[in-house]
Ligand binder design. Structure first.
Ligand SMILES: [Zn+2]
Length: 78
């Protein structure tokens, strides 16, 4: 795998949709290529920021209801 290959599959890597063999090749390249490590770090940060920006805050009432619902389910048991 070279730098171009790595960049082409970076999204699959982050989403965990690569085969174990590809992950191995990907990580082997990262080990010996600092620029690709930097690229991956930047890519990850950008993706996290985008996810953060798109996040909708859950209202307190919703949180309380969800908690109650989960507790009730947990209490009921299998
Ligand atoms: Zn590289």
């Amino acid at each position: 795998m070279n730098c171009e290959d790595l960049i082409a599959v970076i999204l699959e890597y982050l989403e965990g949709s690569m085969t174990p063999e590809d992950v191995e090749a990907f990580e082997a390249h990262l080990q010996k290529c600092p620029p690709c490590r930097a690229y991956l770090a930047t890519y990850r940060k950008t993706k996290a920021m985008a996810a953060e920006a798109g996040r909708v805050e859950m209202p307190d009432e919703m949180k309380a209801r969800l908690r109650e619902f989960i507790l009730r389910r947990a209490g009921a048991g299998p």
